[in-house]
Design a protein around this ligand. Structure first.
Ligand code: NAD
Length: 263
């Protein structure tokens, strides 16, 4: 299958680890010019070195806290200086803290709003003008299974990611005429440091081990296992391709079947 995206300019945010990094690697495999950013210089350097060993390519990289407007503006400036413009934007972010309603205050909600929704709005606002001019663009937001089936102790994620879903759908209606698609990919339980962190918290609450927590999650999934990050990345790269040019405003889950609804 020819994806025809070789030479496209890609920015993947929050991409030093986990799903974001897997996405960056798959775009590199497809011959794209890839830029990655994240908050941690140490993690970025590690990722860049490992990617260089595997693919003999060094992605453009820079430190960027996606909760900070100046960092976002600087990130876009750096990618534009290096690549000319951005054809494909993958909006990823770190996961917000877990917690039930009573445990969270205004500060937590404000942080999660900036991290999950405002970052997507800001990056999107800055890449759209060039995409419109080129009459080609792809924006893909990484959200969560929580948008289709809320997770009890992740009220921040459930709420703000649903806002991203609505934002993407609304905006996709307005930019389709420029040959720009906007979609969301909703990962299910995926083997990254995020899922380990959540499993460790839950294990403490239940008085069990994180291995047992992960095994019990896997048991709930029809595929009887957690996802590999590259399985989420494959869909994202496909959505960025020419082949997916008629898919827009959609939210597609990569969840091993754990979402119980029919849509
Ligand atoms: P991860 O913790 O493995 O990686 C998160 C990445 O985000 C890291 O590179 C980190 O440096 C970066 N990051 C965090 N805060 C940042 C900030 N303020 N600015 C810039 N970079 C920042 O997480 P993951 O499992 O790969 O998850 C990616 C996204 O998918 C998260 O939003 C997560 O909630 C969501 N998700 C994950 C799962 C799962 O099971 N892993 C399931 C559903 C949804």
């Amino acid at each position: 299958m020819e994806l025809n995206i070789s030479g496209k300019n890609v920015l993947v945010t929050a991409a030093s680890k986990g799903i974001g990094r897997a996405v960056a690697e798959q775009f590199i495999k497809e011959g794209c010019n890839v830029a990655i950013c994240s908050r941690s210089k140490e993690n970025l350097l590690k990722a860049v070195q490992e990617i260089k060993v595997i693919y003999n390519v060094e992605p453009l990289w820079f430190v960027c806290d996606i909760n900070n407007l100046e960092d976002i503006e600087n990130a876009i400036k750096l990618v534009n200086e290096a690549f000319g413009s951005i054809d494909i934007l993958v909006n990823n972010c770190g996961g917000p803290p877990s917690g039930f309603f009573e445990e969270l205050n205004d500060e937590d909600w404000d942080f999660a709003y900036k991290q999950i929704l405002l970052s997507v709005i800001r990056f999107t606002r800055l890449v759209l003008p060039a995409m419109k001019e080129k009459k080609w663009g792809r924006i893909i937001n990484i959200t969560s299974l929580a948008v289709k089936q809320p997770v009890d102790n992740l009220i921040l994620s459930n709420s703000l990611r649903s806002a991203v879903t609505a934002f993407a759908k609304t905006l996709s209606n307005q930019v389709g005429k420029y040959n720009i698609t906007i979609n969301n990919v909703a990962p299910g339980y995926t083997l990254t440091s995020r899922i380990y962190e959540l499993a460790i918290i839950k294990a403490k609450q239940l008085g069990t081990s994180h291995e047992e927590v992960l095994a019990s999650i896997a048991n709930e999934v029809p595929m009887k296992r957690l996802a590999r990050p590259d399985e989420v990345a494959s869909l994202i790269v496909y959505l960025a391709s020419e082949l997916a040019g008629y898919i827009t405003g959609s939210t597609i889950a990569v969840d091993g079947g754990i979402i119980k609804s029919t849509y």
